[in-house]
Write a protein that binds this ligand. Structure first.
Ligand code: ATP
Ligand code: MG
Length: 339
């Protein structure tokens, strides 16, 4: 089957499972804005149904959902150009996820590393939703026949599973209805690492606030977190080769590169031989320069929650107009009677 019957459409989502991090900004939101500005048909989602796969306080979830929406908007997602909404307002996501639960195989889910990492030793006590998460993610994407999914490196496996689900559905039902979606993982910051442990990624649900930069951190906090970020005693090398086996150093160089829209190799050309006492303050200054205006706009938007809710509701209406016929056709293909 050829993917060319589908016109280019981008879908991606972020969970309201905590405050947005620099990882979410560089690995996801900033790149979403680039897609939008290139004129691509884009759909961006606050995936609240994914957030509740682990416990979320009902009194706090609406605020976190609005914060993620504010992050998208403040970073430059224009709700007229792109579709922006929260997942639970379009019930078709959950319905298509059920169909995909019946297409995906248990063995496929057993290979998912995110579940293993999030569940740890306690997997028996995790929610069934956390285990089936990739099937809902496949539904999020395929409900819009999205062809491209920009994500961080950590989500690559889930997008590949989405392709497997689409291929199996198409094969089992003798159709070419769903596209084989491409994960798009590019730029210097596809996996921003935890500032205290270079072997783990930075996550909004991580345990300690010191391990991540939040998009709403003030200048002093950002400077303090970079200052305390774990590094090694060596100065910065001249070439990328010299960052091999130095994950913490590599991470800070990659962050600098992504914030300044340059490659990591170019950053090394400027800073070769510099020690951390020089590089970390420069990095903090750059991060503040880029994040402060976004954070200020986020705060302004969050002061008016009703306006954010209206934006999300309008986006949901536009999303549903695309999703409903695709779900209806799926139900028909499967043989479910619709009155
Ligand atoms: P959680 O800890 O709740 O899973 P998260 O920070 O991993 O939160 P998600 O909502 O799971 O955020 O992911 C949203 C998007 O951000 C995805 O595209 C994901 O790949 C990307 N992303 C998350 N963390 C990073 C990171 N450290 N570096 C680059 N991209 C990231
Ligand atoms: Mg995550």
């Amino acid at each position: 089957m050829s993917d060319s019957q589908f016109s280019t459409r981008v879908f991606s989502g972020i969970k309201p499972s905590g405050g947005l991090t620099l990882g979410n900004y560089l690995g996801a939101i900033k790149r979403f804005v680039d897609w939008q500005e290139r004129g691509t048909d884009c759909i961006f989602c606050v995936v609240d149904l994914h957030a509740i796969t682990v416990w979320q306080e009902p009194s706090e979830l609406p605020g976190m959902t609005r914060e993620v929406a504010a992050g998208y908007l403040a970073a430059g997602i224009d709700p007229e150009k792109s579709i922006l909404f929260n997942q639970s307002q379009v019930h078709e996501h959950a319905e298509l996820a059920w169909i995909f639960n019946c297409v995906a195989r248990v063995g496929w889910m057993n290979r998912m590393t995110q579940f293993k990492e999030k569940a740890g030793k306690n997997s028996e006590k995790e929610s069934l939703g956390l285990y089936a998460y990739p099937s809902l993610m496949a539904a999020d994407i395929l409900l819009y026949h999205a062809t491209h999914v920009p994500v961080g490196e950590d989500q690559k496996q889930h997008v590949e599973l989405t392709r497997d689900i689409a291929a199996k559905f198409n094969h089992d039902y003798g159709t070419e209805f769903f596209p084989l979606t491409e994960p798009v993982i590019d730029g210097p910051a596809t996996r921003v690492m935890n500032l205290r442990d270079g072997s783990k990624k930075m996550s909004k649900s991580g345990q300690s606030d010191m391990e991540r930069i939040n998009m709403t951190d003030d200048a002093d906090t950002i400077a303090k977190k970079f200052k305390k970020a774990r590094t090694d005693p060596e100065p910065l090398p001249e070439t990328m080769e010299g960052l091999k086996e130095r994950p913490e150093a590599r991470n800070l160089v990659d962050i600098y590169a992504s914030l300044s829209d340059r490659s990591s190799a170019e950053v090394l050309r400027d800073y070769a031989g510099a020690g951390w006492g020089q590089f970390k303050p420069a990095l903090a200054e750059l991060a503040v320069e880029k994040l402060a205006p976004v954070a200020e706009e986020m705060r302004r938007l969050m002061d008016d929650p009703a306006e954010i809710d209206r934006t999300l509701a309008r986006g949901a209406e536009r999303a549903r107009a695309i999703a409903a016929p695709i779900l209806a056709k799926t139900y028909e293909t499967v043989g479910l009677i619709r009155g």
